[in-house]
Design a protein around this ligand. Sequence first.
Ligand code: MUC
Ligand code: MG
Length: 377
Amino acid sequence: MRDMRIRSIVATILEAPTIRRHKLSNTEIAHQGFVLVRVLLENGVTGIGEASTLGGPRWAEESVESIQAVIEKYLAPALADQNAMMFEANAVRMSKAATRNFAAKAAVESALFDAVGRTLDLPASALLGGQVRDRIGVIWALASGDSGQELEEAREKLRLRQHKEFKIKLGFNAPDADVRRLQHLRAGLGDDVRLIVDVNQAWTEALCLRLFPALEELGVALIEQPVPASQRDAMARVASRTRIPLLIDEAAFTNTELASVASHACGSVYSLKLVKSGGLLELKRAAGIAQAFGIELYGGCLLESSIGAAAHMAVFSTLPKLEWGSEHFGPRILVDDLVAAPLVFEDFEIHVPSGPGLGMILDEDKVRFMARKAGSK
Ligand code: MUC
Ligand code: MG
């Protein structure tokens, strides 16, 4: 059992349909593209990890095709025969083999934590410092663009006690139509329901200045990434002119970028994501850096299945503070999850899995069904 050298790493592209169309300012999806990573150790244990994308290389520059190629051609050879438990050394090896490519590296590192956790019969969170919480609040995203449908969807989530806070995706409609959509949701849901908006970089500074007063009036709790990620000065200026805290998302992937947007005062909350940090250890460091700047933490997602969500939960459960909870609704937007027993959602929270590794067991039939067939695009 003790021989934790890495024997093989295999990456498979999966296509998982969603229960409805999910719109963002710069893309729209009806299925999720994942790369499933399997790491086999010399002791016979297999660990699993997942890379998530959103609409091909749209949300970020990585696509399922690039992730699979980088893992198989560069990351797997760099880790061959290495001890899986040497997490930091393995992360250094991956960084030397490929710059950025964060989703690919995070998926491999997730699988290493899973494999080592299974070998030692410990949850991944124990290898990351141990849990300070075993349940995490979970936000749901409204993103069809049809406010009537969105109101029904939100009411159903409240009724089922699955979600009581909502993130509304903006920026794919005309700005005034977005404001009317929000007014409709606020009127239908009442004043006590927390509403967050995510503009996914779609607005200019001028548009922000024009629209933010209406968002303030509607009691919006957070505004996520309103302007393009590269426009740090503009983001800092709009942040200083609204009472609503700005949530930094695409503007900071690496921890150096995070320190830079923090010192630019671009926002006061940071969205933690494996797809940006490139690994569980680095994600945990991102939380520390944000906190050192006085920035609050939000558990971000990229519509992962229960596998990717469980990797995030392993880290989030160990953070001393996670002021805004998480948005890992991904498993619930899939027609079918990839695992035998999906993450448990109950009373507006996700239970942090307690089984060894990531605590998830693949459903091989579903994986076969969702695997991209040879020759298809
Ligand atoms: C993002 O930009 O936050 C997460 C939830 C969602 O609806 O979109 C993603 C990406
Ligand atoms: Mg976002």
